[in-house]
Design a protein around this ligand. Structure first.
Ligand SMILES: Cc1cc2nc3c(=O)[nH]c(=O)nc-3n(C[C@H](O)[C@H](O)[C@H](O)COP(=O)(O)OP(=O)(O)OC[C@H]3O[C@@H](n4cnc5c(N)ncnc54)[C@H](O)[C@@H]3O)c2cc1C
Length: 444
């Protein structure tokens, strides 16, 4: 290793932490690794949350950080987490905050007394300099990386429509229009009688619901979403058998096979979820066999169903929703937001279908935003868009493809942004597997 920027990881969240651990285990000196990011190493967008009400959406034995020791987290949790409410009939669903603590502890343990180069900055641009990469930071500093791993995670949510700020002090706007609710800091500002608008009906909305119920909210909760349905609750499930996949599947054939394989039981039942999880095992391989246009079509047709059932919710969270529903304290408003109008003390959301919703605070639960750094790599032709036009394309060895579809030998991408190229890679366990595989194949 010639200098301290031999291997640079952009991002300092979960994927970066697990990558770091595997590199260290492989014998790479800590002085050869640099992490760039503004957070606490390992916690990222999902596990740095201030709210204690945000729970992991999978049970403890499925959070696999090391493939050779799948129950590592489950054991750690038993010894280090005091959370009597974690236990449910579907397993233990711990707080995300506690999982963040676990990852931070893994990193400290692996580093021991060694110091790590962690630059507290955002990378705003990546440029090619000879055979190396040059990273421009938000601080306007620039430095060189010989080998570069991008692990920037899910880009934080941004408003999905125009926001018209008619009237309101900056402080009111700042606290009543919550563009990124992932950390949950906004929750402590909420008065229990406020009417709240949740824009979006996925897991982020369910996180907000659980937190509001836990803090005794009494006002109305209006959920604006195109469909009157939340992700289902996690049931106790186990994989029992392997589906006998037909050879040479087309996207249509895939949908047909999945339909036939799933039982007619409810999606919240163990029976249905066992079958669904049996199907998931091979889906990435099948996804990778499809052409770009086939992947695009598939995502357009069934992407929303896929996201709905793949991201199931912790039982505690669904119990909170049921509590609100029984008290008629929550309602769905069907449609898509066209404009948000703010005139203190009210916020009005105009919908594309002519409807509207009025409340005193709005929480943006619409999901992942755009990663400007990845977009920038595409516009400078150092990368090409992936099949679903949501990220940059990579090959099966995580190597980023340039605009001529050639793989760079020293630029990789891991984490949820690899989904368009590799398939279902969002959960922590899928990401740790990627980090493990990449560390294995890197020439160091
Ligand atoms: C709110 C939320 C809850 C989730 N809950 C679960 C769950 O319960 N179970 C589960 O399995 N999965 C969950 N996930 C899925 C999640 O994708 C993974 O678990 C995992 O956290 C992703 O790790 P990552 O390192 O790719 O992203 P992150 O851990 O988010 O790390 C990316 C880091 O890179 C930083 N960054 C981004 N751009 C730059 C830049 N240009 N320069 C420098 N730094 C940058 C970000 O600030 C962030 O800290 C959740 C995701 C979210 C968003």
């Amino acid at each position: 290793m010639r200098n301290s920027n031999e291997i640079v990881i952009v991002g300092d969240g979960f994927a970066a932490a697990i990558m770091l651990i595997h590199l260290l285990r492989k014998g790479v000196p800590a002085t050869s690794i640099t992490l760039v990011g503004l957070g606490v190493i390992g916690q990222g967008n999902a596990y740095s949350c201030a709210s204690q009400s945000y729970r992991l959406n999978v049970r403890e034995d499925l959070l696999i950080t090391f493939s050779d020791d799948p129950l590592h987290f489950a054991r750690w949790a038993q010894n280090h987490i005091q959370d009597p409410e974690a236990k449910t009939t579907a397993g233990y669903f711990y707080r995300r905050h506690d999982f963040g603590r676990y990852v931070s502890e893994l990193v400290s343990h692996e580093l021991g007394s060694r110091q790590l180069h962690h630059i507290a900055a955002r990378v705003t641009k990546i440029l090619r300099r000879g055979d190396d990469w040059s990273l421009r930071l938000g601080t306007h500093d620039e430095f060189i990386a010989k080998q570069l791993i991008i692990a920037t995670g899910n880009a934080p949510p941004i408003w999905p429509c125009n926001v018209n700020l008619k009237l309101g002090s900056p402080a009111w706007i700042h606290t009543h229009l919550v563009e990124n609710p992932w950390t949950g800091e906004y929750l402590q500002e909420i008065d229990s009688h406020e009417d709240i608008i949740l824009l979006g009906g996925g897991l982020t909305a369910l996180d907000a619901i659980n937190a509001l119920v836990e803090q005794g909210h009494r006002g109305m909760i209006n959920v604006i979403t195109p469909r009157k349905i939340f992700p289902p609750v996690q049931a106790p499930w186990q994989r029992k058998q392997e589906p006998k996949w037909p050879k040479q599947l087309s996207p249509r054939g895939l949908i047909r096979f999945i339909r036939e394989y799933l039982p007619s039981a409810d999606a919240t039942s163990s029976e249905w979820q066992c079958a669904w999880e049996e199907l998931r095992v091979n889906l990435n391989m099948i996804w990778q066999q499809f052409s770009s246009s086939q992947r695009f079509i598939l995502l357009k047709r069934v992407g929303w169903i896929w996201s709905l059932y793949r991201f199931r919710a912790a039982p505690q969270t669904i119990a909170s929703y049921e509590q609100l529903r029984k008290k008629n304290q929550i309602q769905f408003i069907l449609g898509r937001a066209k404009q948000i109008i703010c005139a203190e003390p009210k916020i009005t959301v105009l919908l594309g279908n002519g409807g509207e919703s009025v409340g005193e605070r709005i929480i943006n639960c619409t999901g992942v935003g755009a990663d400007l750094l990845l977009n920038n790599l595409i516009s400078s032709q150092l990368a090409m868009p992936d099949a679903i036009q949501q990220s940059i394309a990579i090959d099966t060895n995580f190597r980023v493809l340039d605009s001529n579809q050639q793989a760079w030998e020293n630029l990789w991408l891991i984490g949820p942004a690899t989904m368009g190229s590799l398939g279902d890679v969002v959960a922590a366990s899928a990401i740790s597997k990627q980090a493990e595989q990449l560390a294995e194949q890197m020439k160091i």
